[in-house]
Design a protein around this ligand. Sequence first.
Ligand code: ADP
Ligand code: MG
Length: 686
Amino acid sequence: MTTTAPAGSWESLVPKLSDEVLDAVNVMGFTEMTPVQAGAIPLFMKNKDVVVEAVTGSGKTLSFLIPILEKIHRRSRKLAPAEIGAIVISPTRELATQITKVLSEFEPFFPNIKHQLMIGGETSLEEDIETFSQTFPDILIGTPGRLEDILSQKRSGVNVKELEVLVLDEADRLLDMGFAVSLNKIMSLLPKQRRTGLFSATMTDGLSELVRAGLRNPVRVVVKVEDLVGGGGQRTPASLHIGYILCSTSQKLLLLTHLLRQEAANKKTIVYFATCASVDYFYKLLSRLTQLSGFAIHSLHGKMETKKRSLTFKSFTNIPAGSPGILLCTDVASRGLDIPDVDFVVQVDPPQDPKAFTHRCGRAGRAGREGKAIVFLVKGKEETYIDFLKVRKVPIHKWGWSGGPEIIEDVQDDDDEDMTAEEAEVALTAKIIKEEGEDDSENAEFLRGVQKIVMTDRDLHDKGTMAYVSFIRSYSKHEASFIFRSRDLDLGALARGYGLLRLPKMPELKNEKSGGGIEGFVPAEIDMDKYKYQDKQKEAVRVKKLAEHKAKQAEKEKQAALNGDSKKRKPINKASAWSEKQEAKERKLERQLKKQRKRDYLKRKANGEIPEGDDAKDGEGEDDNSDDEDGDEDESGSKDNNKDDREDEDDWEELQNEERLAKKVKKGKMSSRDFDKQVGNMFADL
Ligand code: ADP
Ligand code: MG
């Protein structure tokens, strides 16, 4: 039995469904309703506001699309061209697109009911307005930002007077992502006598608030797995096996490689990382590992171009069941999406938001398929997460190498000649887990190989550095911060595990005994001047800049010698010219990070997450003790003191401006999204 366990025939519903809907679900091959459908559809059709809480994969989409279609279909007066009957809001573009796809399947049966996708990205606001005025849809499906834009502008011509239904899909996620202001704005523009439905896998405090504010005597429909499989009270499907693996910080990549070879050969697999930058980097890196050459690897994250995102999503979705395919992604990009036939989920980094854990696992084991989900936890540091999950009723077990919850304690020696290739792989993986010591020679060998790959393309090192920095940053944002403690992060082992050649300059590394290294990390020997980009254009630019830079430095030295001006500046050693430029870049990154922290702080303050007057923890503190705030927008690396002052002033003004904007957010006069846009938030959707 599964979440889609039959819960009665469609024909048996009261009020009765239209023949059109019955035909449509019949064509889709759904002979019976799922429990959530049986519970939610009649209520939503009977003019009730509903709050529907049911596990991922339980069939919520049809639970709101069918009532919407029925309501519009049954209207006595048809909707006038510019009038719309329903709006569905989704947190991500992909999810909105997917809902549209499901709705399109009803088109042959309801040729007169039209819909339009409004998500931004691929089309401009103007284009959306243009499409609207040509097709006059009855249902709008979109993301909060674009819908807010459309609805708040008169010239868009959208008439909501007759709107009957508003649906928020993945409602908790909408709130998590800071869309509350946009949502309130949208709701304020819609008629009060409409019906509202909140659909979500988890109920949060923020949601309860929204319910109190925007819904009228809502009926709650809660479908727990216990209703479906009996007992347990867990929120994950029974066909899903969830496991954890304890490893050391630097072993994750090797472990992932083994796991994929072992488990993913005939499965569709999703691998989760903490940040967009990590997905970018590991996508590039894993694609070049010979160990994984047999796999089609895809990547999806929030900062990808929309076109590329939808292409990737489509091509991954189209991989047939039982065929190998790997998707690397972040939470933002994957929430609520129904990617069919996923059998295996690996969480290389546990999610910042504990609720996301179940959502991630829930990608596998959908609609009754057997699924496996594994999370990597750092031994000696993150074990508490296991108990934490158990308290949250997640049935998690130590991962066994036969794929079940069993643990293989004794690892066979390698010289067991009878082992098949697969068995050998299993034994090997188990062995990695056993050898968590830093002298783990297989891992050391593997990471040397990774570094070699990184050395073939400077772009990999750039991406690796960004990934490393963003990971450290995201770690400090774990909600379960008592488990995931930033100060416990082994930064040296982490850098090694990422295959970095050298460490970036960042505040987190400042206190470490510097000089290029921290404990557990030895910088690779590489001449940075000769370290090339594989991309010809990029490399040409680099070579040109390097030459210019060297010439400039030489000229400066000459001038300095002539002026006898040796007090201000140490003579510049030619060999270090490039690394100085590199350092300037890194300082810039460091500065951006600091500003970013400040912004986050302001934003959290604006959202009321930090009480007023609690300024002791102000992110400014970090600015105060930074003595190396150079003006380093200047790529040539020159250090002009006046310029530094100017830039510091600019920074200050910028921060003041951001503070003003943050106040607006707090007062509800601006959405978090606009805030991010205005301040150029580089980590807006990590
Ligand atoms: P949720 O939004 O609850 O996560 P979805 O609406 O995305 O779930 O549905 C999950 C999967 O279940 C989809 O592949 C969908 O086609 C399938 N499904 C939906 N309704 C039924 C049904 N009545 N019978 C069988 N499968 C269904
Ligand atoms: Mg859904």
